[in-house]
Design a protein around this ligand. Structure first.
Ligand code: HEM
Length: 242
């Protein structure tokens, strides 16, 4: 976005058209997009360490749909219900902004017996939605199968973790695609496993999210290794492809 804008908006004297507004737009996207996506990917890795069986089932699906001659592509998403379920659970358990930033009602409203006058500041509680046991039994468990076929009930996490209304996250579409491609690509070529400590036991992953407006997850010591020689060369070819 920055390079396209600059290529079209530098004047002959070197000054930039609407520089201040553009600075704000670029900085907003950076600030809105970095910690949120990193925390989501870290949650994915954490859950793979905790749920090896989920990892195995997702890899089975990826192998069936994609094979081993290429990496997954965006249009594989429709054929991968289990991987979509993995992504849904990552969104739900990450719930990166547990309290959606302040909104204001534009008109009087009524909700479950409460009168909410126009102009009221309202915070939507995404955390309560994500972990509501009525919708999601065993809410803290990572269960992609919740999202398969008949068993689906409750709102999809992407309908609430990105906020609501006119100020809804402008990065939602990008973030959803990013998570799918990261999850499917990583699982197609890597095994994600716990490291073994000096005592011969698996080192437990770090599950501590920071408290605050935005949840962040620190790193875990783990092993991310190519699933096969073929996977390693596929990866090398894609990284070094011109
Ligand atoms: C990775 C997952 C992400 C989640 C869960 C997320 C979540 C949110 C939420 C809950 C809001 C507040 C919405 C509201 O007030 O109703 C928001 C706003 C925003 N997000 Fe995201 N976001 C994510 C990724 C991104 C990305 C990738 C970008 C940019 C490339 C981005 C840019 C923004 C910006 C600029 C705002 C402020 C919008 C405004 O106030 O008008 N976000 N995001």
């Amino acid at each position: 976005m920055t390079s396209i804008f600059l290529s079209e908006n530098i004047r002959e004297d070197g000054s930039i058209v609407d520089e201040e507004a553009f600075n704000g737009a670029a900085a907003s996207l950076y600030m809105g997009g970095v910690d949120t996506t990193v925390t989501s990917v870290m949650t994915f890795i954490l859950q793979m360490l905790k749920n090896p069986e989920v990892q195995r089932l997702a890899q089975l699906e990826i192998d069936e749909v994609v094979g081993s001659d290429r990496l997954p592509a965006f249009n594989d998403m429709q054929d991968m219900p289990y991987v979509r379920g993995v992504c849904a659970e990552v969104w739900r358990l990450t719930v990166v902004l547990p309290l959606i930033p302040a909104h204001q009602t534009t008109e009087d409203d009524e909700y479950e017996g409460y009168h909410i006058p126009a102009g009221t500041t309202v915070f939507a509680n995404a955390w309560a939605m994500a972990f509501n046991p009525e919708y999601f039994p065993d809410p803290y468990e990572f269960k992609p199968e919740r999202w398969l076929g008949e068993k689906v009930h409750g709102p999809h996490p992407t309908d609430f973790v990105f906020g609501f209304g006119r100020r809804i996250c402008p990065g939602q579409d990008w973030a959803e695609k990013l998570l799918f491609i990261v999850v499917s690509s990583m699982l197609s070529v890597f095994n994600i496993q716990s490291s073994v400590g000096e005592d011969g036991k698996p080192i437990p992953p770090n599950e501590n999210y920071s408290l605050g407006f935005l949840r962040q997850l620190g790193s875990s010591q783990c092993k991310i290794t190519p699933r096969s020689l073929k996977a390693a060369s596929l990866l090398e070819n894609s990284v070094f492809a011109k």
